[in-house]
Design a protein around this ligand. Structure first.
Ligand code: URP
Ligand code: ZN
Ligand code: ZN
Length: 658
């Protein structure tokens, strides 16, 4: 049978995508481009240097130079790699006046104008008095909403022998085109790599390329005292407030239940949010081997070896372990009805657990993995898989609309056809991941709002505000309010667009939403007051986005943890000591050593019974004793055999008269 895939073994012929090695680190990268970091954490400087222009982009596909200007149909976006902010005329350019729109926050919507200066919302209201020189944007008849926050991306992730096709440049450019003004990416490195080194690596990759703001979650792919210490440093000094643990990817990222418990305890102690990838990695390994033995090597094998209950079991286990650690829990990429039900039921029992469906699970389904075209089906392979039950997206959307699920990401982790082809003969080698960062907002509008399941306020909650609250960035992000960052989208609920890989801004050559017509189109997108989507022109600047440090102890997540912990603390029963007789400990009593795991049935393979070598046929040597001090019998573990009735015993049946 085929050899097991090694997720981190470099592919023998890697695509010529990256110039630097995966492990190059720009020292001190994190200190140069961060937003102000308040609280007990280090202050970071605003960027001094001019952002790099597209011409200076260091990493690009050879065959595809950076477009200076490209025309994209059917949205007719003209992509312009904008020059860095014009400092000479900064104040005039940075003054924006959004007039006549309906402002939508998660809790209310109202007609109002917005005045923005230097990337911050300065005034909201009607009949505002604003300084001269401001540019006016007409938003009449349109919605004015907080920019989307994608809670889950993997830009340029080295994974399964290759590297994600969308990097921090193309991925964030696409995000902005779709109305997402901030992404949260995952630092995800191999077992044994220091979390701090991994973090530095991601910062060095992202800082020079991001067109929009970003924050980082950090993957805990192994467990040790050093990892726990690094988590502390990441929280205190590096602006990280969330860690992802895996119940899947056995021997690669997977932690044991005890390690999960320890990592959840650490998160709780730090006021950081524990996130989990919930799938049973051991079962997946067994079932995928069986699948291959049956001759199923295509993408459908990926789906069939990890059915819904494999996701739901892991979700329930993670919830149980987190509950025992008094740790809030965030379940990423909720893909199935069963898993969503588990989360919803736990919330109703009072558990602090959040569920994140993604654009893929809300917008399409796993029937595509059974498509006759290999590329089409492999293009839909991700973990946990898209579910073959076609009612799944609707079901998840209903739960999202009603707060059984809370927040949306994309798990954007894209691979081109030639990369997916690594698994052409063995589904276990198909790089896992799909697109979504550009289309999430439109998909959720179409399937959530246009379908009548949620109102625009709920749309804002699930695409932006709740993420900002959970990850402690609210109301700087996720709200249109005075003092908030001017991350704003002017949204046309009536216009439609057709999603296609031919017209999207992502680097990947495939789109899982191909051909879908969506109501809800961003007309203008403002990121920190920069108009990056402007009357059909996408004007992005590489490196213009900033790292957004996130601080621990989000009130939204931890608000009731302390009291909950106090209320549930185990209480000792005060009683008089036992003063009666106590028996002597028996020498050979197997179950009585306090540190033992209390074996009830003695081990019949132990030397207690077997003092002599086995027979050549592997049977018990009949000279072995079957006597034991513990009272165990040598056949205690043998299955009971039913009585055998012998019809004609030697000497004749005893029932006959003689
Ligand atoms: O298929 C997926 N989800 N790829 C990215 C890695 C992960 O588990 O999130
Ligand atoms: Zn995952
Ligand atoms: Zn992911």
């Amino acid at each position: 049978m085929a050899e097991e895939p090694d997720f981190f073994k470099p592919h023998p012929n890697p695509p010529p995508r990256v110039k630097n090695s995966f492990f190059d680190v720009v020292p001190d990268a994190f200190s140069s481009k961060s937003l102000e970091f308040t609280g007990d954490q280090k202050k970071k400087k605003e960027p001094e240097a001019e952002p790099e222009t597209a011409e200076e982009e260091p990493e690009m596909k050879e065959e595809e130079p950076v477009p200076v200007e490209e025309i994209i149909a059917p949205q007719q976006y003209v992509v312009i790699e904008a020059k860095p902010w014009d400092r000479g005329d900064e104040s005039a350019q940075s003054r924006l006046f959004i007039k006549g729109g309906k402002i939508v926050n998660d809790d209310q919507s109202y007609d109002g104008d917005i005045y923005i200066e230097d990337g911050i919302i300065k005034q909201i209201g009607n009949n505002l008095v604003i300084p001269g020189g401001a540019r006016t944007i007409d938003a009449r008849g349109k919605l004015v909403i907080p920019g989307g926050i994608d809670t889950h991306t993997h830009m340029q992730l080295p994974f399964m022998g290759t590297q994600a096709a969308d990097d921090f440049y193309s991925g964030t450019k696409a995000a902005l085109a779709g109305g997402t003004t901030m992404i949260m990416d995952f630092v995800l490195d191999q077992k044994g790599v220091s979390l701090l080194d991994a973090y530095d690596k991601w910062r060095s990759w992202a800082d020079e390329k991001v067109c929009c703001d970003y924050a980082l979650h950090v993957g805990v792919t192994w467990w040790s005292e050093q990892v726990a210490n690094d988590m502390e440093v990441l929280c205190n000094d590096r602006g990280v407030n969330s860690f992802k643990m895996f119940l899947a990817y056995k021997d690669v990222f997977m932690l044991s239940d005890s390690e999960l418990y320890q990592s959840f305890l650490k998160c709780k102690q730090l006021g950081a949010l524990a996130m989990v990838h919930a799938e049973n990695g051991s079962l997946i390994e067994e079932k995928s081997r069986e699948m291959l033995q049956m001759g199923i090597t295509g993408p459908e094998g990926h789906v069939m070896c990890r059915p819904e209950e494999v996701e739901a079991e892991a979700a329930q286990r993670a919830i149980t372990i987190a509950n025992q650690a008094d740790s809030p829990l965030y379940i990423v990429h909720v893909m199935s009805k069963s898993s969503a039900d588990v989360i919803s039921a736990a919330r109703r029992k009072g558990n602090i657990v959040f569920g994140e469906p993604i654009a893929a699970s809300l917008g399409t389904d796993g029937t595509h993995c059974f498509n006759k075209c290999w590329r089409h089906s492999a293009g839909h392979v991700m973990g946990p898989p898209l579910r073959p039950d076609p009612t799944t997206p609707d079901y998840l959307m209903d739960l999202l609309a009603n707060n059984d699920l809370q927040v949306t990401g994309t798990d954007n982790c894209t691979f081109n056809a030639d990369q997916k082809a690594l698994g052409k003969d063995d589904f276990r080698r198909i790089p896992n991941g799909v697109n979504g960062v550009e289309d999430r907002m439109s998909i959720i509008w179409e399937k959530g709002v246009h379908s009548g399941k949620m109102d625009p306020c709920r749309f804002v909650a699930v695409t932006s505000t709740t993420a900002a609250k959970i990850f402690n960035m609210y109301p700087k992000k996720g709200r249109i309010a005075i003092g908030s960052d001017a991350d704003i989208v002017i949204w046309d609920p009536d216009q439609t667009r057709t999603i296609s890989a031919k017209t999207h801004h992502q680097a990947v050559d495939f789109n899982i939403f191909e051909g879908m017509v969506c109501h809800g189109v961003p007309l203008y997108v403002m990121m920190n007051g920069h108009v990056v989507l402007d009357e059909g022109q996408l004007k992005v600047t590489q490196g213009l986005g900033r790292f957004v440090p996130t601080s621990c102890n989000s009130e939204f997540v931890f608000g009731r943890v302390k009291e909950r912990e106090r209320a549930r603390r185990p209480v000792k029963v005060e009683r008089d000591p036992y003063t009666g007789p106590v028996i002597e400990v028996m020498e050979n009593a197997l179950s009585l050593k306090p540190v033992d795991a209390n074996p009830i049935i003695p081990d019949v393979n132990s030397a207690e019974f077997y003092n002599r070598p086995k027979t050549r046929g592997g049977g018990r040597n009949l000279q072995d004793s079957s006597f034991s001090f513990s009272g165990a019998q040598i056949d205690d573990k043998s299955p009971r055999r039913p009585a055998t009735r012998v019809a004609a015993p030697p000497g004749g049946a005893s029932t006959k008269l003689w």
